[in-house]
Design a protein around this ligand. Structure first.
Ligand code: AMP
Length: 418
């Protein structure tokens, strides 16, 4: 299949050519014809599969085909994080660059006035995080009455971040007659039940088994390292890695600590996580993408879905305690059919996490046994106290879950009764 055979507007086709897209990815080939037909869609897919274009292109095409005299919001994409919102809007702008359509992005953590000014000028395609969207709507700056296309992106992450109430509120303010698209990387029961509230009964379903594909494309290795020797191991590894390296930590505090260690040793590094201001996060991401920073250290929430083209290395400085997260992490490299490499540093108390990951990807990750820190790892392992894992494969307890306010205004969070 080619893009030409999909009957798309010539202005969109020329934009795709400019982006270097030659053939549709599997999710695009499956979803574009369905969506052009006006169908609702339930997609099990995550970023890295070409998902953004899969929903953006057919929506733009439909808006172009039924132009309205007055500019009004015709499509709304709601996504959990600011980074993802910015990225989706950027893509929509690329694909519609040769058309008169206007895209805007709104998210919390920054001043609202520039966003309001943009909305006032008139927008066709809006990308938003839930908190700021509802906020600006309640202030009367957003009119969703003419909405024809609604996309809920990364639904599982949305629920993990506590956005369920916002989504329910949102469903009350968008027109019931609309095309709805629902994407989630995983489909647990609560996500399926939410999708049923959003989609029409005759929706179509597409499942892209990205987990296995990503894991196949990315070369993987694991090093057993004592916890206290991880900084030295990371510095050793960085010497051998050309280009940019995305390092994952489990906690915000842990990420900052890694950055401090790296900076001390002269490695240009910055962290992105929920405690950083939006501007600091964007600045770090921009410098990293521009190659000015060697290392970006991130928490899972801050990094999920961000697209860094040409990223070759991912380091799991700490292994995630949810196996699926590992797949999301290594999916930051090896994007859109390029190759990548992932290295994991595994301390004694993380070996159970490793087992869970290997079970999920149905493969064992090659162990590198020849490195300078094997003695420390063996010593750490010899003490049974050090080996106690923190319940592998289980979701972290509520208090360790991503904060509800990540991606939204903290002052608007409803207080929970004790
Ligand atoms: P996404 O899953 O939407 O984050 O896309 C992952 C990456 O693949 C982005 O850098 C896209 O620009 C790129 N991409 C999407 N569709 C195609 C395509 N058909 N051909 C080449 N690259 C693509």
């Amino acid at each position: 299949m080619t893009f030409d055979s999909l009957g798309l507007d010539s202005r969109i086709l020329s934009a795709l050519k400019k982006q270097g897209y030659k053939t549709p990815t599997p999710i695009q080939a499956q979803s574009i014809p369905l969506l052009l037909n006006g169908q609702d869609l339930l997609g099990t897919a995550q970023t890295g599969t070409g998902k953004t274009a899969a929903f953006t292109i057919p929506i733009l095409q439909q808006i172009l085909k039924s132009p309205s005299k007055k500019r009004r919001i015709r499509a709304l994409v709601v996504t959990p994080t600011r980074e993802l919102a910015i990225q989706i809007a950027e893509n929509a702008k690329w694909y519609s660059a040769d058309t008169p359509l206007r895209t805007a992005v709104i998210f919390g953590g920054v001043g609202q006035n520039p966003q309001i000014d943009q909305l006032k000028k008139g927008i066709d395609f809006l990308v938003a995080t839930p908190g700021r969207l509802l906020d600006l709507h309640s202030q009367g700056h957003i009119n969703l009455n003419d909405l024809n296309h609604f996309v809920l992106d990364e639904a599982d992450q949305m629920l993990d971040m506590g956005f369920i109430h916002d989504i329910r509120k949102l469903l009350k303010i968008i027109p019931p007659k609309r095309q709805s698209l629902f994407f989630s990387a995983t489909m647990p029961k609560d996500i399926i039940s939410l999708s049923k509230q959003i989609l029409q009964v005759n929706y179509k379903q597409i499942r892209i088994a990205v987990e296995k594909r990503t894991a196949d494309r990315v070369s993987q290795a694991v090093y057993y390292v004592a916890k206290k020797e991880k900084p030295s191991m990371l510095l050793e590894l960085l010497k051998t890695m050309e280009g940019s390296v995305l390092v994952f930590g489990r906690t915000k505090h842990g990420c900052d600590k890694v950055v401090r260690i790296l900076n001390k040793k002269g490695v240009k590094a910055a962290a992105i996580h929920g405690n950083k201001s939006q501007n600091a996060r964007q600045k770090a991401l921009k410098s990293f993408k521009a190659g000015e920073l060697k290392v970006l250290v991130a928490t899972d929430i801050a990094a999920r879905g961000i697209d860094i083209s040409g990223l070759e290395h991912v380091v799991n400085y700490e292994l995630p305690n949810i196996a699926e997260t590992y797949v999301h992490r290594i999916g930051r490299t090896g994007r859109a059919d390029s190759s990548g490499a992932s290295v994991s540093l595994c301390a004694a108390d993380e070996r159970e996490y490793l087992k869970e990951i290997e079970k999920l990807i149905k493969a064992s990750i090659p162990l590198v046994e020849d490195h300078p820190f094997t003695a420390g790892a063996a010593q750490e392992w010899s003490d049974p106290e050090n080996r106690k894992p923190k319940k592998p494969g289980q979701r972290p307890p509520r208090r360790n879950r991503p904060k509800v306010n990540e991606g939204r205004n903290i002052h608007r969070r409803p207080k929970k009764r004790r």
